[in-house]
Ligand binder design. Sequence first.
Ligand code: 13P
Length: 342
Amino acid sequence: MAMVSMRQLLDEAAKGGYGVGAFNVNNMEQIQAIMEAATETQSPVIVQASRGARSYSQDRFLYHLMLAATEIYPDIPIALHQDHGNSPATCKSAIEMGFTSVMMDGSLMEDGKTPSSFEHNVKVTREVVEMAHARGVTVEGEIGCLGGIEDGHGAGGDGLEHLTDPEQAVEFVKQTGVDALAIAIGTSHGAYKFSSKPTGETLKMERLLEIHRRLPNVHLVMHGSSSVPQDLQDVINHYGGKLKPTWGVPVEEIQLGIKNGVRKINVDTDNRLAMTGAIRKVLVEKPEEFDLRAYMKPAREAMKKVVALRMQQFGQAGHAKDYKPIPLSEIAAMYKKEAVTA
Ligand code: 13P
């Protein structure tokens, strides 16, 4: 199956009332882990690459691994998404390479750190929407800023400084025409999100519900949604790691989000933790080992387990064969028609 439009994948998720995990990748083993989990659970998937991942992997390598995934797993709908594009140029290069979806994160300036103005955000996002939709490619925008830093990108802090203003969110969607909207409700990238188990209050779930009430037809995106499970932390620390005590986003809060318009859930850290723990275990238990397959295989298996569990928890499991992919050229025609009738 060819790669599919993320918009189609999210429209279907909205119809079915479920969420779709968007898992970050840097290398072959992570892509294989996601595809194996998707096959086992029969899930449609979103695979995403940050700018850091594109540079680490020399993105053409990553892109061709994704093409291999479409050949090896023809029954699984896959959207390939640029995570946190920092400029229209970054999004353009992803589109030209064949990504079926891009995030223009205009909530920050091009340096990926400095919070921007509403006007800047609208301007760059609108530019990307025009460029992407002409090719049937999906666009995710962001209003409000997440906390934390990922691959050098992020506003830092605990995610509470720049929460999404619901009224601005409505205006932003109206002025840009984005397909999906990332909102800031107190989550942040990375392992160190909370110093105790967060409640719905810590996470500002009320704000999410308010945004959904005002924008019932927009696909909402939750970034920074790793749950940072204690058992994965324990494996790392047991085998010589030094993670400080930390809490992530409880799966129940994500599920509440899914009942209220969240369709895309970004997860990276949990998979990093799973793979690192598995690698540490082999290297500590078998210090004589030097065949990288001896630790990459259990690492891949550990990530697959986490991803398969999230696929069940987000509700995408069992939905891989619900629909036929619409070619991007038809999606582009659909956007054109929408623009004419708007
Ligand atoms: P985590 O660090 O919580 O996995 O978030 C990843 C993310 O939001 C990628 O954009």
